[in-house]
Design a binder for this molecule. Structure first.
Ligand code: KIV
Ligand code: ZN
Length: 389
């Protein structure tokens, strides 16, 4: 079914540089973080969470650098609900064109009792005080109720109401431990939206982890129930089993706009390059059968499939590789390939190389091409990372 009415625009809040980067084996140095930030800006994310400034002096510096460079989207810094964190966030975001302070506090009984050792009343009070303090420095404040999916929904509404009164304009509902089921999570989002005092004038967001492999399904269920902002990461990297994968959510909305009646402003042709870049800088490989960006996402092995695709790609492909930035008529790179084709492939793969390094890498490419018939994308990534055999 198609419709002529304009789709609802969903805001994409990318947290690759914060939740993604804090996952084991995913750390990035400040130069790499800036490179990823520039890619995210090109991709068109609405908000990028650049880090957790109070967590280390290095993270504070990284957020500062990113905030100074990025002009076309909001840059957020994560803070606990304590003044010293918010002060670090304020310092880190001072040069941002569009800064956001993102404060969080847990609302579930287990987190309040064992981690925070606080009563519900103290949590409500501290959340409101932190938002009020952050609003002194920043007009855009987001509050997250950590572990919301295991919290009493009425208590989340109460804390959100207090946060809104104190000045928060985005209220985030995290499924911190990836526990929720899609139908249940959708109903929770709807309930919180409809029962939060002052909820009519604010943005509701979700932030879902993938412990049961449901992060994308839960995020989509949240959209169907009125969430207007989705927090996610490139390649789904993040704590434990990761966060909701940006590319899967964005392409689900784009391909099934007829169903969701929602879309994002992202330039989807930048997805593949962003995915390759994040994989390259973190060293974390993308599984071959990963939706959208895996090596096999557009590969057809079975004869019957190949026959169909040759006759008409739509027989077995619901989106084109080009729509996510994978070039179909990629030239084969070998010993006859020139500098132009080589540099063009680097660009497609999201790899940036400075001029002096380019001389060396191109010479290494030529040497490798002499030994191998075809130099693969993986060979090129290895050359750039200086790990080629
Ligand atoms: O998973 C989570 O709850 C978080 C919050 C800080 C938003 O990462
Ligand atoms: Zn998280």
């Amino acid at each position: 079914m198609t419709t002529d009415s304009a789709p609802r625009m969903i805001r994409i809040f990318d947290t690759t540089l914060r939740d993604g980067e804090q996952a084991p084996g995913c750390s990035m140095n400040p130069r790499e973080k800036l490179e990823v930030a520039r890619r995210l800006e090109k991709l068109g994310v609405d908000i990028m969470e650049a880090g957790f400034p109070a967590s280390s002096p290095g993270d504070l510096e990284s957020v500062k650098t990113i905030a100074g460079f990025i002009k076309d989207c909001t840059v957020a810094g994560l803070c606990r609900c304590v003044e010293k964190d918010i002060d670090a966030g304020r310092e880190a975001l001072a040069k941002a064109a569009h800064p956001r302070i993102h404060v969080f506090l847990a609302t579930s009984p287990i987190h309040m009792e064992y981690k925070l050792r606080m009563t519900p009343e103290q949590v409500e009070e501290q959340a409101a005080a932190a938002v009020r303090y952050a609003r002194k420095f920043c007009s855009d404040v987001e509050f997250s109720a950590e572990d919301a999916s295991r919290s009493d929904p009425d208590f989340v509404c109460r804390v959100f109401g207090a946060a809104i009164k104190a000045g928060a304009s985005t209220l985030n509902i995290p499924d911190t431990v990836g526990y929720a089921m899609p139908g249940e999570f959708g109903r929770l989002v709807k309930y919180i939206r409809e029962h939060t005092p002052g909820g009519e004038g604010v943005q509701f967001s979700v932030h879902v982890h993938n412990d049961l492999g449901l992060a994308v399904a839960n995020s989509l269920a949240a959209i169907q129930n009125g969430a207007g902002q989705i927090e996610c990461t490139i390649n789904g990297i993040g704590e434990r089993a990761g966060n909701a994968s940006l590319e899967e959510i964005v392409m689900a909305l784009r391909v099934r706009k007829d169903y969701f009646k929602a879309d994002t402003r992202l330039d989807t042709a930048q997805i593949y390059g962003a995915s390759r870049l994040v994989s390259q800088v973190t060293g974390v490989k993308v599984q071959p059968n990963k939706a959208i960006v895996g090596d096999n996402a557009f590969a057809h092995e079975a004869g019957i499939h190949q026959h169909g695709v040759l006759a008409n790609r739509a027989t077995y492909e619901i989106m084109t590789p080009e729509s996510v930035g994978i070039s179909q008529n990629q030239m084969v790179l070998g010993k006859h390939s020139g500098r132009h084709a080589f540099e063009d492939r680097l660009k497609t793969l999201g790899l940036t190389v400075d001029a002096p390094a380019m001389e060396t890498i191109f010479a290494e490419f030529k040497a490798l091409a002499d030994k191998k018939k075809v130099v693969s994308d993986r060979d090129i990534e290895a050359l750039v990372m200086g790990t080629a055999a």
